[in-house]
Ligand binder design. Structure first.
Ligand SMILES: [Zn+2]
Length: 273
């Protein structure tokens, strides 16, 4: 939830650009992999930046979000290039009355045909989170960080308890930033209804979820950069874990007792350790 003064459209586009560039820097967005969206519920005037208007059907009806604005990365666009020319890579969607359709507002310099093919998951997660928390702002990122995705191919890391007790043991900050731990979804076809439903479910309990053998989805109701931070915290944990596996598992990691002491000191509620 944000309080006034709210960020302007250009500020939001810039933050999406910075998040996109950073995701590329941490090797979480090769080629055109990954996508970003934000939902804004205060009044935004998109027409100066996005003058071309088409009518579209939304992937699912979102009646409670009538009037809300989405900024969404375009299919096939590179997250690292958003910052250079945001309107070439991002579309703006304003939800119509009734929530079944929206105005797709784009720029004359847009370099994509459709918004990201994962928009169904983005929209469903925004909708679920906004309806339950009432937030006026929500950001969702899908990225493909190498180490987290690699670990999701190893059977024992496909168990949420095993995954979290092993990843959240390398730095004190990890449990503080991800107190609900990292969610895990078994492999689902990209863009599918099954992946969408699993995302909604897992992101109710977690701030970031691994899509097995594919990547992650992270959310934030504060900023798109905060959502990107969550990708980075989880990926850093996975890097440590990978390092430890490569070194014959000689690192001991923080003990469960040490992690519980950190949580007591910093007043972190968690149920993993
Ligand atoms: Zn992907």
């Amino acid at each position: 939830m944000l309080v006034a003064p709210y960020p302007e459209l250009d500020d939001l586009l810039e933050m999406m650009g910075e998040a996109g560039r950073h995701l590329a820097e941490i090797e979480a967005s090769e080629g055109a992999a990954g996508n970003i969206s934000v939902c804004i519920r205060w009044q935004i005037e998109p027409r100066t930046r996005f003058p071309v208007i088409d009518e579209i059907e939304l992937p699912q009806p979102v009646p409670e979000l009538a009037g809300a604005t989405f900024l969404v990365s375009g299919s096939g666009r590179r997250l690292r290039e958003i910052i250079d020319e945001p309107t070439a890579s991002i579309a703006c969607i304003v939800v119509d009355e009734g929530g079944k359709t929206g105005k797709l507002c784009t720029s004359y310099n847009r370099r994509f045909e459709r918004v990201t093919s994962e928009f169904n998951s983005h929209l469903a997660v925004h909708y679920d989170q906004i309806c339950s928390s009432g937030t006026n702002f929500h950001a969702v990122i899908h990225a493909q960080p190498v180490h987290l995705t690699y670990l999701s191919h190893i059977p024992r890391y496909q168990d949420e308890q095993y995954l979290n007790t092993h990843l959240l043991r390398w730095q004190p900050e990890t449990i503080i930033n991800l107190p609900e731990g990292i969610g895990f979804i078994p492999f689902r076809i990209p863009g599918s209804a099954k992946l969408m439903a699993a995302n909604v479910e897992s992101l109710r309990k977690h701030r970031i979820v691994i899509w097995a053998k594919h990547g992650v989805m992270a959310r934030s109701d504060v900023s798109v950069k905060r959502a990107a931070d969550r990708v980075e915290y989880a990926e850093t944990a996975a890097k440590y874990e990978h390092l430890n596996l490569s070194d014959g598992e000689i690192g001991e990691g923080l003990s469960a007792d040490e992690i519980r002491q950190i949580c007591t000191t910093f007043n972190v509620q968690q149920a993993i350790f």
